[in-house]
Design a protein around this ligand. Sequence first.
Ligand SMILES: O=C(O)[C@H](O)[C@@H](O)[C@H](O)[C@H](O)COP(=O)(O)O
Length: 268
Amino acid sequence: MSTPQLVVHRDKELMAEAAAARLITKIVDAQAARGSASVVLTGGRNGNGLLAALRAAPARDAVDWSRLDLWWGDERYLPEGDPERNVTQAREALLDSVPVDPARVHAMPASDGPYGSDVEAAAAAYAAELAAAAGHGTHRSAAGAAGGRVPSFDVLMLGVGPDTHVASLFPELPAVRETERTVVGVHGAPKPPPTRVSLTLPAIRAAQEVWLLAAGADKAKAAAVALSGAGEVQAPAAGAYGRSRTLWLLDAAAASELPRDLYPPSSA
Ligand SMILES: O=C(O)[C@H](O)[C@@H](O)[C@H](O)[C@H](O)COP(=O)(O)O
């Protein structure tokens, strides 16, 4: 487990631009070292803000988009192309504007796909896709939970909800307690829509780097709670960490209630 590091930016726009620059560097470095890179995207305003900033960054052309695997931390279980699906929003914010390899864009299943309303079957199919990717190619495999393997993602991004949820792991719901499976179906999510597919904490923790994004005053309490030793069942963000690095990327409003000893010296 890596101890969280905090970076606080003036506002959410600067946070998105700086995080996009950081992501470009990570992808370029991984591709230089191993030929390809793998990144897990998040839904939500902050995740999409980062993708839009990446689209606008001239340095995006330094990325070899054809040698990048993209995965999702969670998905809203809705029909293909629904504007509320995380993948639809990511396509709009970035993916339609860069030459990604469609075979390497690993969207989670849609509710009008082969699994229909069976969200558990959809989750199992995504777990199988992850396990297959963990077993071959340029990825170094990481043992996930006992129930499956996932690639050792270079970067896994997570938006943080005001209730401290990450991906679709909400406080106290069964998904956050999962220790075996790498992907689960979620029912009764408090944030709409209620039915979702999500990576579990063991799958998240197989990533090399986990970046948590939080901007806005409505995230201040969540950041303070998750970074002050809360349990992961009550505060799922507290259980999200990477094998080599855990990075909280915040704006000043989201950092405003952090205990002083956590606040980075540069922004004190
Ligand atoms: O599907 C989703 O809704 C997300 O993946 C969810 O986990 C999101 O990242 C957080 O709710 C933060 O969202 P904001 O960045 O919009 O606050």
